[in-house]
Design a protein around this ligand. Sequence first.
Ligand SMILES: O=C(O)C(=O)C[C@]1(C(=O)O)C=C[C@@H](O)C=C1
Length: 116
Amino acid sequence: MTATRGEQPDTTDAVQEELGALRDSIDNIDAAVVHMLAERFKCTQRVGRLKAAHQLPPADPAREARQIARLRELAQDAKLDPAFAEKLLNFIIAEVIRHHESIANETVTGNGAEQG
Ligand SMILES: O=C(O)C(=O)C[C@]1(C(=O)O)C=C[C@@H](O)C=C1
């Protein structure tokens, strides 16, 4: 039964079991997201070094526009809010660009970059 305002919370075993099972799946998905992001950042770290070694700019807005268009379509097909997918990609790419700038700086100054 759906709880409404003013009713006591339903803490029966069946509800707790279903909540626990859903949370197990959420934990697995969160772990997969972390591992996928870690792999993505390993790739972008190599991109950052390649760009710095060849004096290429950290950001590539044309590439980003293609990624956003593609991700919005994928999101739509998957019934995920395309605006959310775009915000998430922009958030990740902003961090990647920060890393690229740090690597480029390290290449010029010889100082250690803070992160890949
Ligand atoms: O493909 C690149 O040129 C990257 O540096 C990677 C990446 C990304 O994280 O996907 C990051 C910055 C660029 O503006 C575009 C894409």
